[in-house]
Ligand binder design. Sequence first.
Ligand SMILES: Cc1cc2nc3c(=O)[nH]c(=O)nc-3n(C[C@H](O)[C@H](O)[C@H](O)COP(=O)(O)O)c2cc1C
Length: 209
Amino acid sequence: MADKLKTILFLSSCRKGASFTGEGSWGDRVGKAMKEILEEEGLEVSLWDPKDSPYTILEQPLHLVPDASGFPQWMHDKKKELEEADSFIICSAEYNSALPPALTNMLDHYPPAAYKDRPVALLTYSVGPFGGCRIQINLKAHVTELGMVPVPASCTVMSVGSMFDEEGNLTDDRVKANMVKQAKELKWYAEALKSYKQVRPVPVPPKKQ
Ligand SMILES: Cc1cc2nc3c(=O)[nH]c(=O)nc-3n(C[C@H](O)[C@H](O)[C@H](O)COP(=O)(O)O)c2cc1C
């Protein structure tokens, strides 16, 4: 049996505990729902939650130092995981019309080459009525700069506080249908790019003289 396609699902929030919007991060619930949907589509999903990794505010990315041996082993392992992924999905909140710093901080630790030429799906959410749509454009610019290829199906989850039951299960059929559509599209692009690369490798730009 063929190996499963590997997907990394990035979360964006380090919020913990009680707040006016409920307990903890809503991203945990959106991410869990998306992870289950991706797994139902047959993808192997690795969840990257900035709450669970000991990132500091970026001091140096791995690729900008002459000798990266001083970086912790877990960071080298994460870089390898990025390089081996077949696709990515970003599940992001919107903070003051901008990308959450925990997300960009996590992404910026690694070289663009570790993300390059794999598809990415953009899933945003907010407690308000716009579902994080204002950061969809910024997010697309950011992932493109890193070399990822955004798939057409974006997904926004508005009023996220009313989309889940008390056990954290997604209850809204419209949102679920959009997430399934996005997951199917991500898988299609991951398969398409991976198989075509075996026929024709991605062109490497000539080295500068
Ligand atoms: C610092 C901060 C800024 C926020 N800015 C926005 C915003 O620009 N637009 C919006 O719709 N919601 C905004 N919110 C509300 C978030 O949609 C809501 O808190 C959401 O639950 C954040 O995701 P999280 O729970 O995963 O952290 C903001 C929340 C925080 C903590």
